[in-house]
Write a protein that binds this ligand. Structure first.
Ligand code: ZN
Length: 307
């Protein structure tokens, strides 16, 4: 059997949040439906943050209400604090993804907290989640995404030790899945190898996940390095939706269809239908009035032999 790589689709949240055009709740629900039909099993669908700060993500509750529970489909909500976690529970997300940073500069800018304070916030959420589970009420599964692992727009370089210490604390808090994110797309594949190895040592029992932005054209090379280092969960966004708030005009996450193409050609399984993804990329491109940045949405898949 070939190795399965799980791709978490982040276009409806990380992608659209960083696009200038605000997409309606109906179209966002339609995007999620199309992505799930194309094979997405885990999709980042909403952000439980103040809509005044992020107007692109307004309507989280409406989106969740418009997505009936579906077997084998997990909807993820991003949370930045305990209040957001409570909202995520209320809205009925399947997974709450807690966002924190590896660098103080980014943590301060994003949340007004230091990294140490953000880790205390994660501890508070972990306790609430634990209580939910203990009461039999269920509650969402937890994951944490560590931003700025490969560079910070405020502090510059982020060391392997810094990353390892944050990951070790998340492991102590028993966060079952830890994502390392190249928030500003500054990473290179060799640094991916080093930081993945350090994270594995720091959190041997956690599932590692990787999140790359293609800001500087190293996204797919970084994904390759991550897979080679043994990571089997990666984020991507359909059409390469999104951008980078610290690099105006930059492209977004690695395109789901680009990653799927590379992995399928390499003999991996993903569960995605490449043609359906390309169609979805073009559809959402039409909604935001922009041709998708992904290469596959332009070139198509592997050529069929001409008759
Ligand atoms: Zn991102």
């Amino acid at each position: 059997m070939s190795r399965f790589i799980e791709i978490v689709e982040v276009g409806p949240r990380d992608g659209l949040q960083n696009e200038a055009v605000v997409v309606s709740v109906e179209d966002r629900i339609e995007l999620i439906r199309r992505l799930e039909a194309a094979g997405a099993r885990r999709t980042e669908v909403v952000s439980l943050v103040n809509p005044k700060r992020v107007p692109q993500m307004a309507g989280a509750e409406e989106i969740m209400a418009g997505l009936p529970k579906a077997e084998g489909r997990s909807r993820i909500g991003l949370v930045l604090n305990a209040k957001g976690f409570d909202r995520a529970v209320e809205a009925g997300v399947d997974e709450a993804n807690i966002s924190l940073a590896a660098s103080d500069g980014f943590a301060q800018a994003n949340s007004g907290m230091t990294v140490a304070q953000q880790l205390d916030m994660v501890a508070e959420i972990a306790e609430r989640a634990h209580n939910f589970a203990g009461s039999g009420a269920g509650g969402p599964r937890l994951s944490a995404t560590v931003s700025t692992v490969w560079g910070c727009p405020f502090d510059g370089e982020v060391s392997v030790e810094q990353v390892a210490s944050v990951v070790a604390r998340l492991a102590e808090l028993k966060i079952p899945e830890i994502a390392l994110a190249d928030t500003i797309g500054a990473g290179d594949p060799w640094a991916v190898t080093r930081k993945v190895e350090a994270a594995k040592k720091a959190a041997p029992d956690a599932t590692l996940r990787l999140h790359f932005h293609d800001t500087r054209n190293t996204g797919l090379a970084n994904a390759y390095a991550g897979v080679e280092a043994g990571v089997s969960v990666l984020d991507a966004s359909v059409g390469g939706l999104g951008g980078c708030p610290f690099a105006p005009g930059a492209t977004g996450n690695i395109g789901t269809e680009d990653l799927v193409y590379m992995l399928h050609r390499g003999g991996f399984e993903t569960g995605y239908d490449l043609e359906a993804l390309i169609e979805t990329a073009r559809w959402i491109g039409g909604k935001i009035g922009k041709a998708p940045a992904s290469r596959l949405s332009r070139a198509g898949g592997f050529p069929k032999p001409r008759a």
